[in-house]
Design a protein. Structure first.
Length: 103
């Protein structure tokens, strides 16, 4: 009993001890502790960044798709660049930089 005099009186209160134990449990030992919450916030921020990126990509691709459906010049340009198509009577020369292998 003599050793209890060295402990401050507010730490001998069972409600304060229970509150401290609860806080320690929630901060360090719970399945949703502070470290997990911080990691989830970082993942959410990364997902929101990728969401904006993919929304911009979808908009760009839908614009390109719309142009392919409507504009014959765009269709011809796409066919020439992507599939190396050519008109009758044309010669097609592919020039590659030195040191670069064919795909």
């Amino acid at each position: 009993m003599k050793r209890l005099h060295f402990i401050p009186s507010f730490l001998r209160n069972k409600y304060i001890l229970a509150a401290i134990a609860f806080a320690v449990w929630m901060v360090f030992f719970d399945s949703d502790d502070l470290l997990v919450q911080r990691e989830r916030r970082r993942q959410l921020r990364d997902l929101e960044t990728s969401k904006t990126y993919f929304a911009a990509e979808i908009k760009k691709e839908s614009t390109f798709s719309e142009n392919l459906r409507i504009n014959p010049v765009t269709i011809e340009k796409f066919a020439r660049e992507k599939y190396l198509m050519k008109r009758d009577g044309e010669d097609l020369y592919l020039i590659q930089p030195v040191g670069r292998e064919e795909k």
